[in-house]
Design a binder for this molecule. Structure first.
Ligand code: ADP
Length: 398
């Protein structure tokens, strides 16, 4: 069965068509600047040329129409008609406490997702727009919602509660939810599979290091803690997000710089992280790695602070699980930056970690980068959130 995987943002829409039998991507692409002047669709059929077309997309329905047109196009399409798309899997950012697993999309499910809008005001409304656009154009095709938060719903209360007045939890459901769940689930399972060990027997720490970044602790096949919180701002230092800070810093900056809460949130979300810490040099680790190797002081400070924070989270999750068997690196930085992996692992002597630098410099493989005598196994596992969404979708519509 072919599964269309949709990841819909407020002005962009990423898609992949995946053949669930071979688990291969048949075509993929992105619509950008939806509702803004200069919108364009990029479409790449597997093994074919990438095509970029600038064309008006006043709304998401038009974007989905163009995606379906590209997929069925006589010349460059990969299917003959929409009948060859068996189901659609939608990535949904926030499922609150309502969704601990993926689910077939019904009117009630749409309502429940809408009720989580407050928790993810930038993402959930956009996800819903994507669902509605698909429903309009493919009314008979089953659709599945796959939540970024679902995998983390197994966290115990002690891991998800904040030290805040309890009434905020009761009134507003303020607690840790965590994100990137599809990736943490996929990578931790894959690590067990590659090691040929039972998932339920392992203590695994997954470091998902992309533009957004989070760490999770997966004990006996269940998530027991994760570094992102109510929102994706908490935890690691990220591309442009601050991660953990003393909350009183916000008041301090507000007074010193005359900023209101919205302006401060913009600083924390868009101007901080490795971008801010590197004195606005770059949020991209390719630039930071170059600078580090050249001896640039901003890049050295940024790289060291970033890696120290990752190591600190790993240490705390060793405590949370009373041990660790496997540490996995994944996502853009986790998969592609050997320097980051090396610097993080330099802090992990207490776990008996020893890294094989040849293996650490390989790319694109599911591979152990620790030496055979390393007491803890360290791995690189490329993530594949789209495939994970397609698998969930198939399992529910079959
Ligand atoms: P997201 O999905 O959160 O947008 P990704 O997982 O795609 O992010 O990660 C993007 C980041 O990965 C880039 O910003 C860059 O910092 C890093 N990255 C990608 N390729 C490389 C590379 N070859 N070397 C170092 N870092 C890389």
């Amino acid at each position: 069965m072919n599964i269309l995987v949709i990841n819909c943002g407020s002005s962009s829409l990423k898609f992949q068509l995946i053949d669930s039998e071979t688990e291969k991507c048949i075509a993929k692409g992105i619509c950008e600047r939806i509702g803004i002047e200069g919108s364009q669709i990029t479409y790449t059929p597997a093994g074919g040329e990438k095509e970029q077309t600038v064309t008006p997309m006043p709304d998401h329905t038009e974007a989905i129409r163009l995606v379906l047109e590209a997929l069925t196009n006589e010349k460059t399409g990969v299917v003959k008609s929409l009948d060859e798309i068996g189901a659609v899997g939608h990535r949904i950012v926030h499922g609150g406490e309502k969704f601990a697993a993926s689910t077939i999309i019904t009117d009630e499910v749409m309502k429940a997702i809408e009720e989580c809008n407050d928790l993810a005001p930038l993402h959930n409304p956009a996800n819903l727009i994507g669902i509605n656009a698909c429903k309009k154009l493919m009314p008979a095709t089953p659709m599945v919602a796959v939540f970024d938060t679902a995998f983390h719903q197994t966290m115990p209360e002690e891991a998800y509660m904040y030290g805040l007045p309890y009434e905020y939890y009761e009134k507003y459901k303020i607690r840790r939810y965590g994100f990137h769940g599809t990736s943490h689930s996929y990578v931790s399972r894959k690590a067990a599979e590659v090691l040929d060990k039972k998932y339920e027997d392992l203590k695994i720490i997954v470091c998902h290091l992309g533009n957004g970044a989070s760490v999770s602790a997966v004990k006996n096949g269940k998530c027991v803690d994760t570094s992102m919180g109510l929102t994706p701002l908490e935890g690691l230092i990220m591309g442009t997000r601050s991660g953990d800070i003393d909350p009183a810093i916000m008041e301090f900056i507000a007074h010193k710089e005359g900023k209101d809460i919205d302006e401060i949130m913009t600083v924390l979300n868009k101007k901080s992280g490795v971008y801010g810490l590197s004195n606005n040099l770059s949020s991209d680790f390719r630039d930071l790695e170059d600078g580090y190797n050249r001896g640039d002081e901003h890049c050295i400070r940024t790289m060291n602070t970033y890696c120290y924070r990752v190591a600190k989270y790993i240490g705390s999750y060793v405590a949370a699980m009373n041990g660790v068997d496997v540490i996995c690196f994944t996502a853009g930085i986790g998969e592609n930056a050997p320097l980051v992996r090396s610097l993080v692992c330099e802090h992990l002597g207490f776990l008996g970690v020893s890294i094989d630098e040849d293996a650490n410099h390989k790319r694109g493989e599911e591979i152990a980068i620790s030496t055979p005598d390393s007491k803890t196994t360290v791995m690189v596992i490329p993530t594949n959130e789209e495939l994970a969404i397609a698998r969930e979708t198939v399992s529910l519509v079959k």
